[in-house]
Design a protein around this ligand. Structure first.
Ligand code: ADP
Ligand code: MG
Length: 224
């Protein structure tokens, strides 16, 4: 005789269902439309504490879905009616900043009019200054150029609630330690900080110790 296990029911929630997270129905519907049917392991490990507001250090290999893990968190923290920079995402290169911007826009499309701006080096400042005058909810950029804007006061961070360091290992390799610390010091103290990385070199803990608050560390080991 066989008995049906409750876990075998197609309607039972599994640990990787996005629907068990405190996300809006519109966001859940958008995830379905994007084909994000289940959380990846790093999303399942980092989203529950991140959506509770904890600082997070998350490590998982490239291609494991780290962008959506921080993007869903920063979007949950965002008030679309407040037109001011509420999130800053630091990335090592322009190419990566553009990819992150694209992913945030895809995940944000369930909400009206969330403006994401990319600010990277190697691009004339003038256009960026004009863009910033029109305002933004989310800024994605490289540490050096973000530092330039903070020094010129063309970027205001008083409404910021979420700071993200993406590909932190690569930013350290590129010598951005001091710029990252300087940018973090200009952010309001009352905020959530999310650090994502593919590897965990010594510098990461040193960096986190400078400006993170009781971070929860989540690691998804590569499968061999
Ligand atoms: P990482 O930053 O860890 O290198 P990405 O965030 O760039 O990885 O994600 C890799 C790919 O996986 C992207 O194409 C993204 O759209 C896709 N992806 C992310 N999360 C999910 C999910 N839950 N279901 C399906 N695809 C996903
Ligand atoms: Mg990534």
């Amino acid at each position: 005789m066989t008995t049906a296990s409750p876990n075998a029911s197609p309607t039972a929630a599994s640990a990787t269902d996005f629907s068990q997270l405190p996300l809006s129905p519109a966001t859940l519907a958008n995830l379905q439309q994007l084909g994000y049917l289940a959380m990846t392991p790093i999303q399942a490990a980092s989203l529950p504490p991140a959506l509770l507001g904890k600082d997070i250090i998350a490590q998982a290999k490239t291609g494991s879905g780290k962008t959506a893990a921080f993007a869903l968190t920063l979007l949950a923290n965002l008030n679309p009616r407040r037109f001011a920079v509420q999130t800053l995402v630091l990335c090592p290169t322009r190419e990566l900043a553009d990819q992150v911007t694209t992913e945030i826009r895809r995940l944000a499309r369930a909400e009206d009019n969330i403006k994401v701006v990319t600010l990277c080096g190697g691009v004339p400042l003038r256009g960026q200054l004009a863009t910033l005058e029109h305002g933004a909810h989310i800024v994605v950029g490289t540490p050096g150029r973000l530092m330039d804007h903070l020094e010129r006061q063309s970027l205001q961070l008083d409404a910021l609630n979420t700071l993200v360091l993406d590909e932190a290992d690569r930013m350290l390799d590129m010598g951005f330690f001091d710029d990252i610390v300087k940018v973090a010091r200009q952010c309001p103290k009352e905020r959530q900080t999310l650090l994502f990385s593919a590897t965990y070199p010594e510098g990461i803990a040193k960096l986190a110790a400078q400006f993170m608050r009781d971070p929860v560390t989540v690691k998804v080991e590569a499968q061999h």
